[in-house]
Design a protein around this ligand. Structure first.
Ligand SMILES: Nc1ncnc2c1ncn2[C@@H]1O[C@H](COP(=O)(O)OP(=O)(O)OP(=O)(O)O)[C@@H](O)[C@H]1O
Length: 359
């Protein structure tokens, strides 16, 4: 068995992404790891329901022997018994929490995608928890921004939203189907991609959504966002949507469609925050990205490092930043020695990911 890799979870911002990236890479490479000081940089350190669900999910696909897998734990050992295996899996963050949780299902999905794409056959994942929550990619970001780039890389994945899940109750549901990359059997090598230019902005689309709330809320968010973009001279298609969920929630989800790389933005509502303020926040995020001139939106940037690290050749992209998440995730990937990530800083940073031969 390979040496156990010791990883310091307090590195950088000391958040949950170090854990998730380690789980993915350990599952793909079968290299065991021990993570210390888990989420030491956060107000409530240790494993939260979302993180514990990710641990259990990664263990289920890699037969890992795990210790320290309990809520609040600040140390974890994870030792895969075999390369990722296909299957039909159900993971419920709400159950992990015992008293309910809106822990993000998209983050769990991102942990499992690369390992299951390298598995010995197709898998189906049913994930329950939060689908549109703060500090995590909303489902709209996952399907409109993250998955399209992964498909360009040769990943065969689709995801559907069965039920919306908002903070604090969760109860959302996402189903995801993942097949190994073309003509590969447990040895999937994704294509490298170059995302250096985004091209012209062609269209802005999106939706303003409210769950269990009056119809004027999504309508006001829609009107505000449409008005903000009315002078751009490009089509703007934003729809108001009323949905039902286990608890109330609201948000604005925008997609800027560029010639080469789309970019997704969001803002979530909460009690006391006017509908117009939610729309303004999402609009401001889109404007900031547009002004940066970068090809890759900054959340997508940190999320892409992992799949790019497993590609057949070197990839490169431009992003605004670099953000703390980008730097920390590149450090975590470096710990596993699967790729070299070079980040040329600047208002628009240039990132190059060069996979190493480790297989
Ligand atoms: N609005 C957003 N849109 C898209 N992605 C987002 C958004 N907010 C956060 N993310 C992504 O979610 C991930 C959050 O990682 P982070 O390390 O903060 O972990 P965490 O486990 O959610 O929580 P914690 O920070 O409490 O440890 C990052 O990949 C980040 O880019």
């Amino acid at each position: 068995m390979a040496d156990v890799l010791i990883i310091d979870g307090s590195y950088g911002e000391g958040g949950g992404q170090i854990l998730r990236t380690a789980l993915s890479l350990s599952s793909v490479t079968t290299r065991p790891f021990r993570l210390e000081n888990i989420r030491a940089g956060r107000r409530k350190p240790g494993l939260l329901p979302q993180h514990l669900s990710a641990v259990r999910a990664a263990a289920a696909i890699s037969g890992a022997v795990v210790s320290g897998d309990r809520l609040g734990s600040t140390e974890l050992t994870f030792a895969p018994a075999h390369p990722p295996r296909r299957g039909r899996f159900t993971f419920d963050v709400t159950e992990t929490a015992e008293r309910g949780s809106a822990g993000s299902v998209t983050l769990i999905l991102q942990t499992l995608l690369a390992p299951l794409a390298c598995a010995d056959g197709p898998s189906t994942l049913l994930l329950r928890g939060g689908t549109h929550v703060e500090w995590a990619p909303p489902f709209d970001h996952l399907v409109n921004s993250y998955l399209p780039v992964l498909r360009r890389m040769g990943f065969r994945i689709d995801a559907e939203l069965n039920r919306w899940g908002w903070y604090p109750v969760g109860g959302g549901e996402v189903i995801c189907r993942i097949a190994p990359g073309e003509a590969d059997h447990g040895d999937f090598l994704p294509n490298a991609v170059q995302l250096l230019r985004r091209g012209a902005l062609q269209k802005i689309v999106g939706r303003a959504v409210a769950a269990n709330l009056p119809a004027h809320i999504p309508q006001r968010m829609t009107d505000r966002a449409r008005a903000a973009f009315s002078g751009l001279g490009i089509p703007v298609e934003i729809e108001a949507q009323c949905v039902t969920a286990a608890c109330p929630g609201a948000g604005v989800f925008l997609l800027a469609k560029y010639e080469e790389v789309d970019a997704s933005f969001s803002a979530l509502g909460r009690r006391g925050k006017p509908a117009e303020a939610v729309a303004d926040e999402a609009v401001a995020a889109l404007r900031e990205h547009h002004a940066s001139g970068a090809a890759v939106e900054h959340h997508l940037a940190d999320q892409l490092l992992l799949p790019l690290a497993l590609a057949a050749g070197a990839s490169a992209f431009t992003a605004a930043g670099p953000t703390g998440h980008l730097l920390t995730n590149s450090w975590t990937i470096g710990q596993f020695g699967v790729a070299d990530v070079a980040i040329e800083p600047g208002a628009q940073c240039r990132v190059r990911v060069e996979p190493r031969t480790w297989r």
